[in-house]
Design a binder for this molecule. Structure first.
Ligand code: ADP
Length: 405
């Protein structure tokens, strides 16, 4: 009678202890009741359950670990940067690419409060707080372009974190920039010769130049229609091309300023004649030679002259002066046209900039001066304008004198 409670109570106490251990996930717990009675059976059943739970836990953990490693391998072998952040903004993981871009090792990122790191890190700040999906960031030692995708991680419709995927599109962006510059330059360069072909065709059709038979007239009309189409296509190309960057290849040579002037004046002659505009040239033979890319500089001068003609009244005079200035030669084109309002002077060399409200018949794209600036600055020169509304304009550019002469 005295021992009875202990006989019952001790195994029950031990069983209670065992259940507690199991609920704490200590599946190693076993019960040992030496008596071959109901308690012994109970202990066997308990031990069997613990063994099964132990087995389940281990196989589950192993497969979870395997799955984790598999996902880590996939994430790390991806060429995009990937970062995982929990709902409290703590970084859970960052793959190798993301670490390189952010410029921090994984161990300094994982477990950290992301907004803290973002304070001093441009890329992370943009990833977390900037809405735009396209970003330009200085990372990995250079200006880079990225697109960002944010995927929300949900559990039972509750957001428990997010995964941010960064795609580096710098190379694509650079290719795209180069392509658009190329398209814009080529189309712009085609504009002048195509226009002069059209003008010559018009002259051929004029009876005063000499008669053509009907068949020849038809041929001339066909050429004119095709040239018109080509001009339209080049204009459209210019409109669609978003010119931003691109490398300009220069072909430097030693040349006398007169060569540049003569080429340009010849090219612009028929346009000027149409409006009976005189091009007064002052380019002394005594000037020293310059180091220049002949084609590109001529292109710039033709553009300045064609603008001067375009914005001058009929029968006006456009002055083309070339003079020595310090260690450079300055080419200047002065017209007596409408001039440029002071507030627009600073913007005149921007791409696609055209003075608002300017004459509708003066068709153009606003790219000529921007490309001219690229061409002159690529040669180490300087381009500028002096003008005011109603005062006419003086556009000028400089080129270095060739001192090795
Ligand atoms: P486009 O002539 O094809 O429009 P440009 O880059 O050559 O492009 O010129 C940009 C703008 O600058 C022109 O649209 C015009 O408004 C203004 N501009 C250029 N040259 C002159 C000039 N000589 N006189 C007055 N305005 C000019």
């Amino acid at each position: 009678m005295v021992n009875f409670p202990g006989y019952i109570a001790n195994p029950v106490k031990e069983l209670m202890q065992g259940i507690k251990e199991i609920s704490n996930k200590n599946y190693n717990k076993r019960l040992v009741f030496p008596a071959k009675d109901e308690f012994g059976d109970l202990a066997d059943a308990f031990n069997q359950m613990a063994a099964k739970l132990d087995e389940y836990e281990h196989s589950n953990l192993a497969s979870i670990l395997f799955e984790k490693r598999r996902i880590e391998t996939i994430i790390n072998s991806m060429t995009d940067g990937i970062i995982g952040i929990d709902d409290k903004q703590f970084i859970i993981f960052a793959n190798k690419v993301a670490c390189t871009l952010i410029g921090m090792p994984e161990e300094k990122l994982t477990g950290q409060y992301a907004p803290n790191i973002a304070l001093e890190n441009d890329l992370l700040r943009n990833m977390l707080f900037v809405e735009q999906s396209r970003m330009k960031i200085f990372a990995d030692g250079r200006e880079s372009y990225f697109t960002k995708d944010v995927l929300e991680v949900t559990n039972d419709y509750k957001v428990i974190g997010k995964v941010i995927i960064l795609k580096n599109i710098t190379d694509l962006q650079q290719l795209n920039d180069a392509k658009t510059t190329f398209i814009a330059t080529i189309s712009h360069e085609l504009k002048t010769p195509l226009s002069s072909i059209r003008m010559s065709l018009k002259l051929l059709e004029d009876e005063r130049v000499g008669g053509v038979n009907n068949e020849q007239k038809q041929l001339l009309q066909n050429i004119d229609a095709d040239t018109h189409r080509l001009l339209q296509i080049t204009a459209e190309l210019l409109d669609t091309a978003q010119v931003e960057t691109g490398k300009i290849n220069l072909n430097f040579g030693n040349t006398h300023p007169k060569n540049i002037v003569n080429y340009a004046v010849k090219a612009i002659r028929s346009l000027a004649d149409q409006k009976e505009i005189t091009i007064a040239v002052d380019c002394p033979d005594s000037l020293p030679h310059v180091m220049a890319d002949l084609d590109k500089t001529t292109w710039v001068l033709i553009n300045l002259l064609s603008n001067a003609v375009k914005y001058s009244p009929e029968k006006a005079t456009v002055n083309l002066n070339v003079k020595k200035q310090g260690n450079a030669i300055e080419f200047s084109v002065k017209d007596t046209g409408q001039g440029i309002d002071e507030k627009y002077v600073a913007r005149i060399f921007e791409r696609y900039f055209r003075i608002p409200g300017a004459d509708a018949d003066k068709t153009g794209t606003g790219l000529g001066l921007a490309i001219a600036k690229d061409f002159i600055e690529a040669q180490g020169g300087h381009i500028g304008v002096e003008s005011g509304a109603g005062e006419g304009s003086r556009f000028y550019f400089t080129l270095d004198i060739n001192n090795t002469q």
